[in-house]
Design a protein around this ligand. Sequence first.
Ligand SMILES: [Zn+2]
Length: 533
Amino acid sequence: MLTLTFHGAAGCVTGFCALLQTDQGRFLVDCGMFQGPKTLRALNHEPFPFNPDSIDGVFLTHAHIDHSGLLPKLVKAGFKGSIISTRATRDLCEVMLADSADIQQGDVDHLNRRNQRRGIAPVEPIYGPEDVAPTLALFETVKFGEWLDPAPGLRVRYWPAGHLLGAASIELEIENAGDIVHMLFSGDLGSGEQPYLVRPDGPAGVDHLVLESTYGDRVREDMDLAHRRALLAKEVRAAKAAGGPLLMPTFAIGRAQELILELLAIMEAEPDLATDIFLDSPLAIEATEVFLRRGWNADASVNPYLPLRNAPRLHTLLRPQDSDGLERLRDWHIILAGSGMCDAGRIRRHLKRLLWRKETTVLITGFQAAGSLGRILLETPPMVRIQGDDVRVNARIRSLDVYSGHADAPALMDWLAAREPVRGQVFLAHGEPEALEGLQDRITAAGRSGDQVTIPRLDQTFSLTPTRAEALDGPAARLAPGAEARPDWHNARAGLLETLNETLQALPTDEERDALLARLTAAVTAGAGRGRP
Ligand SMILES: [Zn+2]
C-alpha cells in the first residue's frame, strides 16, 4: 500500500512535512519548522508523529526554515538516511541551520535563566549547534533534471521552482502493487523573476499533485524588473530628500542580496543618489557567499549576484561592534539589517536610535505577519515599544509591496495548467484557510471536479493508487481543526497589555492610573472566581 500523510503546512503556511510510505520504504518530503502562532510553534517541541529512526530518506525542496528547520531535530532523534537536495539548497542550509540552532539555543538559555530565578527546571532546546554538522553530513546533492534511484522501485527528479536559489519541485515515480504512481510536489513556487531566479518548470502529466497555496487568493500587479526598479528608485530619492538615513528591514536570504543589487544599479544610473550601503546582518553576509558561488542562472546565462563581490559602496558588518559604529554616521546612507519583520536581530537597535528622527526613512519591502513590529510600524503609531523602551515614531514609514518569492494565484494556475493532465488528486497545502479556499475555487472554476481537489487536514493520511486518493482513518491530529491558523490567546494577551500600557501613559495623573488598575484588578479577580470572566 502507498500512503501520503500531511504532517505540516496543512491548513497553514509553515512546517511543511509530508510522509510517503511505500513498499520500498518511508520517505519525507521536507521537514520544516512551524512558525507563527504559539499553539503551532509548540508542535516543534513535541516528538515527531512518526518514528524518525524508521525514515529512509528526506527529499528537500528548498532551504527556507519552514521547510528545512526540523532536520537537525530529526537527526538528533535517530534519523540516519540521506537528505537529498540541490547543491545550492545544501549550501544555504549550512548557513541557515547553524543560525537556527544558535537561535534555539539562545532562546532556551534566556528562558532557563528566567526559570532558574523562579525555581523551574531547565528545558532543552529543540536542537543545538552540535546537531548541525551531523545533519549536513547526511546531505546528498542532485542536479535539476537528473533521475535518481534512492531505493528499488523509486525514482526521483528535481525541477527548478524559481522561488529561492536552489528551490525545487520534486517528481516521484513509485512502484506500488504492480502499478507506477507518478507524483509531483510543487514545493514553494516563485515567479522566476529575471535575472535573479530561474523560471519554474516541471513535468506534464502526473497522477497526484501537491500544490503550495501561499498566495492562492491574491493577484499581484504584474511587475517587470524595470518597473520594480523605478519604484525603488523613487523611494530612494525621497529618502535622500528627507535628509536622513534609509533603513531597510530585510530578509537575509535572497531578498537582501537582490535589494543591494537593485540599489547599486540605481546608484549607477543616478550618481547623485550614490552613498554607502551597510549590510548589517551576519546571516545575510554568509548567505551572500553562497549566492556568489551558486547563483548561476541558466535562463539568463549569468550569475546576477557577481556585482556583490568587491562593490566599493557595499560594506558588510559582521561584528556587533561594527554595527555600533554606525551610530556616528549622519546624513545620507543606507542600512539593511534583519530581521525582515523587525522582531529580532540588529534592525531593532537601528530602529530604536533612528525612529525618533524625522529625517529617517524606514522602507518595508517584505511580507509582515500580523502582530510583528514591522506590521505595527506600517500603521504609523505615535510610539512603539522596542526591547523594553518606548520610542517616538517621527520617521517616514514607507512600504513597497513588489518583492515576493511566491507566485500569485494566476501564476499558480498557469503552473498547474502546464502540469496537466493531473489524472488523480490535486492536494492544496501551504496556505492560510482563505488562500486554500480561494485557490480551490479557482481550480474548480477552471473545470476540475470538486472531488479531485483536496485541502488536507494536519496529520491526515490518504491511500494512493494511480487514479484514486482515499482519506484513511488515522490517529487524531495533534491540533484541533482550524487551530493551525487561528491566532491564539497569547496574541490577544500581548495586545491587551499594549492597550493597557498606552492607556495608562495617556492618563494625566497617577491617581487616575491607580483607579483604573484597581477597577481592572477587581474585574479580573471577579472573573477568575466565576471561572469564565
Ligand atoms: Zn520558501
